[in-house]
Design a protein around this ligand. Structure first.
Ligand code: NAP
Length: 311
């Protein structure tokens, strides 16, 4: 008898979270303090990046943050970009800085990531934050993995002692998600298997059906099929792929890495694409910006410990 999965509604959850942030920001500004301020740097004119950044800026406005979008031409040199980042690092009125990826080939993304001050690194990509996250110390957590765990928590999905299969090992999604799922606390305490490009296809087919929770972040539409999912598993699809679709005005449709229709008949919970992990990532970016603001204003509970760790 096929199960019909419950939808993990990232769109609704992210709206709930944004409303919580908005209420907190309103209290802050009513007390006479300035609003949190996020700066986004966008290099070049990649259409997907423009749309992501626009969405982030709109969300800032919704919750009552100040926001600055700094556009730079794709011909900007690495040093010029780093100089801009340093300028925002030194600006006490800026709480969070993001540099939208991907960057043109002549710019090394790691150099950019490492130049952002860890206390303003609201994407949670800086090696200092990655190290703190790995050790389960307070820090700015990477936004997408944080969004995935937040979803599991708000839907009361147990993770302790469960087998979590993570497909993909990127620095921004797969690897940090695998670490956060195996750490102590809730959500976490899972037994984690991580797979990647060199995991043979047959192995992937053998490992995935062992997962109570399967988290997929690869960028290959339809990679995960129904045979790879055990009945009742929780399936989180991070993938966002533009697939040609002449019936759409834009000429493309957004698809995940999971074959949604057949898998949703076997899984107990599943994220849609779009409307699943994507909106949660934006909500966590806002949450990190608020946290960065609170740390610099002595308002975060974890303030002292974090200060010690960051210095
Ligand atoms: P990425 O940096 O390209 O990483 C893809 C990962 O998948 C790599 O670790 C790669 O392995 C692995 N991989 C490739 N083929 C595989 C296979 N057959 N089996 C298992 N693993 C395989 O991509 P990313 O930044 O993690 O993004 C992944 C997808 O998620 C993309 O579609 C992206 O657009 C989307 N995304 C969505 C959000 C969101 O908010 N929803 C956020 C970020 C990314 P190697 O390491 O061996 O190359």
């Amino acid at each position: 008898m096929p199960l019909s999965a419950n939808i993990l509604d990232g769109k609704k959850l992210s709206t709930d979270i944004k409303n919580e942030i908005r209420a907190e920001v309103s209290q802050i500004t009513q007390s006479g303090k300035r609003a949190p301020h996020l700066v986004a740097i966008l290099v070049g004119g990649d259409p997907a990046s423009q749309s992501y950044v626009r969405n982030k800026m709109r969300s800032c406005e919704y919750v009552g943050f100040s926001s600055t979008l700094k556009r730079l031409p794709s011909t900007v040199t690495e040093e010029e970009l780093l100089e801009k980042v340093r300028k925002y690092n030194d600006d006490p009125d800026v709480d969070g800085i993001i540099v939208q990826m991907p960057l043109p080939e002549h710019i090394t993304p790691q150099r950019v990531t490492q130049t952002i001050l860890p206390t303003k690194d609201v994407d949670g990509f800086h090696p200092v934050n990655v190290g703190l996250m790995t050790l389960n110390f307070p820090c700015l957590l990477p936004a997408t993995p944080q969004g995935i765990l937040e979803m599991l928590e708000r839907y009361n999905i147990p993770t302790k002692g469960k087998h979590c299969v993570v497909v993909g090992r990127s620095r921004i999604v797969g690897r940090p998600t695998s670490i956060m799922m195996s750490r102590g606390g809730h959500p976490g305490e899972a037994t984690v298997t991580i797979t990647h490009k060199y995991t043979p296809a047959e192995e992937l087919k053998r490992i995935c059906p062992q997962g109570d929770i399967v988290i997929v972040a690869v960028g290959k539409p339809g990679l995960i099929t129904a045979e790879m999912i055990k009945p009742g598993a929780v399936v989180i699809d991070v993938g966002i792929n533009r697939v040609k679709d002449d019936s759409k005005k834009s000429g493309y449709a957004l698809k995940g890495d999971v074959d949604f229709g057949p898998v949703s008949e076997k899984a107990s919970f599943i994220t849609p694409v779009p409307g699943g992990v994507g909106p949660m990532t934006v909500a966590m970016l806002l949450r990190n910006t608020l946290l960065a603001y609170k740390m610099s204003h002595g308002m975060a509970e974890m303030e002292q410990m974090t200060k010690d760790l960051y210095e």
